[in-house]
Every structure is written in structure tokens, then in C-alpha cells.
Write a protein that binds this ligand. Structure first.
Ligand code: MBD
Ligand code: FE
Length: 280
């Protein structure tokens, strides 16, 4: 697909930045807490400068790079790749049910609502191995959560997300499936490809300069919710897939690795995964 090849860091960064700015963010953080957090972050930077005898050239390179992150709209990407996983681990430390992981920069609220068995919106000739993702949503005592919402979004077979790469239908591979009376859902989709952080933006510059790789393993993003229960944001990965063991975003957990089997009728793969939501 030619249009997908024209995806640029600046365009997907601008879209992610705009989308994030549309989200309501509120933090009731006291003056004392802001003081403590900001002081410690700044002091940590001072410590690095002293320990590594950072030069003026390096300081200027950092300044130029930080400015470029903003110009490329890559603050959502940078933060979600290198910082969010720790925030998520702290936020979900006490959770008893299903494991969560980071949301990342490419969630879009309000995807089309679909019945308990549904095919995600996709192009008629959508490339990729068909995947049936099915399971059940329950509460912590095993009770069915009828009407639970299973929101799924993921990259296509080339690693591109709709609304962040040109040439894809608006809701391609994004949908909100409503579970049935038994909390069951069956989602027909395709297996996503691994995701490469854009190499032509500021994050790509850092990755190249540090000699890192730019890859996330192939993953399905999910938000699962039901009234009276704690929404879970998570991702699921594929056993044996590349970069499952060295995700640049450090967002893989052993509980999140799927092992899909060939479907009996030979049409792609299928896997079952159940969600347990904590009470609110
Ligand atoms: C992604 O697809 C993603 O999920 C994260 C966390 C960061 C960059 C791209
Ligand atoms: Fe992703």
C-alpha cells in the first residue's frame, strides 16, 4: 500500500499530540507534592551531569533534541515508550484480576460498537493472517459481566495504526465489542505486525544515536470495562514473536502472551483469553 509508505514521524506525532490534547487531564497534586517530584527529577539530572561530566556540546545536543521532540509531536511517543510502563506498574500494583499494561499513544475513544460476535472494521482485502480472539469477561468471583465492553485496537499487517498513518479507513482495526449475557465475546480480526518506532523523528534519532533497536512486538491493545468494575487497559502479545523478549516499551508481562492455534477449518488462527475485572 503506497500511502502507508508515506507515513512520517511528524504526521503520526502531530496526530498523537492533538489526540492527547483533546483528552481531559486533571491531577489534584498539591504544591508540596509538585515541589517534591520536580525537585527530585531535576536533582537526578544534576547527578547524571556530575557522574558523566556532561559537556557543553552534549548539553546543547540535548537542548536541540528536546526541542525536536516537540516539533515532531513525539512527546506522546517518547513518554509512552520509555516512561509509561512504570506509571502503569504503580497504578495497577494492587489489582487482583487480569494484568494490565500501557495504553500507548494510539488509542482513539469512541470506536464503532459491535455485537458479541463481530469482525473488526477492516478493508475488504485486509492483509494478514485471520485471527479469532474469543473469551469471557467475569468479575473476581467468576460472575459473568453481561454487556461488558471489549475495546480493541491494533496495527495492520504492515504495523500501521488507522488515524495515525495515511490511507487507512478511519476505524480500521478498531472496535468496541459488547459481550453477551454470559460475558462472552468473539472478535474476528487479523494478526498485527510488530511495530517499529518511526525512524525519521526525534525518537528515532535517539534510538540510532544510542544503538538501540526500535521495535515493539506484535500486539493487540484492549480496554475492558463493565459497570461497577475497574476498567483494565492491556495488551496481548504472540508467543515466539519477534521482540517479545526485548520490547522497547518494556510493556510485556508473562500473563499477556497468547499462543494461537490453527483453526480447525484451516482459516487462520484462534485463541481464547478471559478477563477478570476487579470491583471498583
Ligand atoms: C505503539 O503501538 C505502542 O503500543 C506503544 C506503547 C508505543 C508506540 C507504539
Ligand atoms: Fe501499539
Amino acid at each position: 500500500n503506497l500511502s502507508e509508505q508515506t507515513a512520517t514521524a511528524a504526521a503520526s506525532g502531530a496526530a498523537a499530540t492533538q489526540r492527547f490534547q483533546e483528552k481531559k487531564t486533571t491531577a489534584a497534586t498539591s504544591k508540596e507534592r509538585v515541589d517534591a517530584l520536580a525537585t527530585e527529577v531535576i536533582r537526578a539530572v544534576h547527578d547524571v551531569i556530575w557522574r558523566h561530566k556532561v559537556t557543553y556540546d552534549e548539553y546543547d545536543a540535548l537542548k536541540a533534541w528536546l526541542i525536536q521532540v516537540g516539533q515532531d509531536g513525539e512527546w506522546p511517543l517518547f513518554l509512552d515508550v520509555w516512561i509509561e510502563h512504570v506509571v502503569e506498574e504503580v497504578a495497577n500494583e494492587d489489582r487482583q484480576g487480569s494484568k494490565g499494561t500501557i495504553e500507548g499513544p494510539y488509542y482513539v475513544p469512541g470506536s464503532p460498537e459491535l455485537p458479541a460476535e463481530a469482525t473488526l472494521p477492516m478493508r475488504p482485502d485486509e492483509p494478514g493472517t485471520p485471527l479469532l480472539f474469543q473469551g469471557r469477561v467475569t468479575g473476581s468471583s467468576g460472575q459473568a459481566l453481561a454487556g461488558a465492553k471489549v475495546e480493541m485496537w491494533h496495527a495492520d499487517d504492515l504495523g500501521y495504526y488507522s488515524q495515525y498513518a495515511p490511507g487507512l479507513p478511519e476505524w480500521n482495526l478498531r472496535g468496541t465489542v459488547v459481550a453477551d449475557e454470559q460475558g462472552r465475546f468473539k472478535i474476528h480480526t487479523i494478526q498485527p505486525a510488530p511495530y517499529q518506532i518511526p525512524t525519521d523523528g526525534a525518537c528515532g534519532t535517539l534510538i540510532a544515536a544510542a544503538g538501540w533497536h526500535a521495535w515493539r512486538p506484535a500486539h493487540l491493545h484492549l480496554k475492558v470495562s463493565a459497570p461497577g468494575h475497574r476498567l483494565i487497559t492491556t495488551q496481548l502479545y504472540f508467543k515466539g514473536g519477534s521482540h517479545v523478549a526485548d520490547d522497547i516499551a518494556q510493556a510485556v508481562k508473562p500473563e499477556l502472551i497468547l499462543d494461537p492455534r490453527p483453526k480447525p477449518d484451516g482459516s487462520g488462527k484462534e485463541v481464547t483469553y478471559d478477563f477478570v475485572l476487579d470491583p471498583q
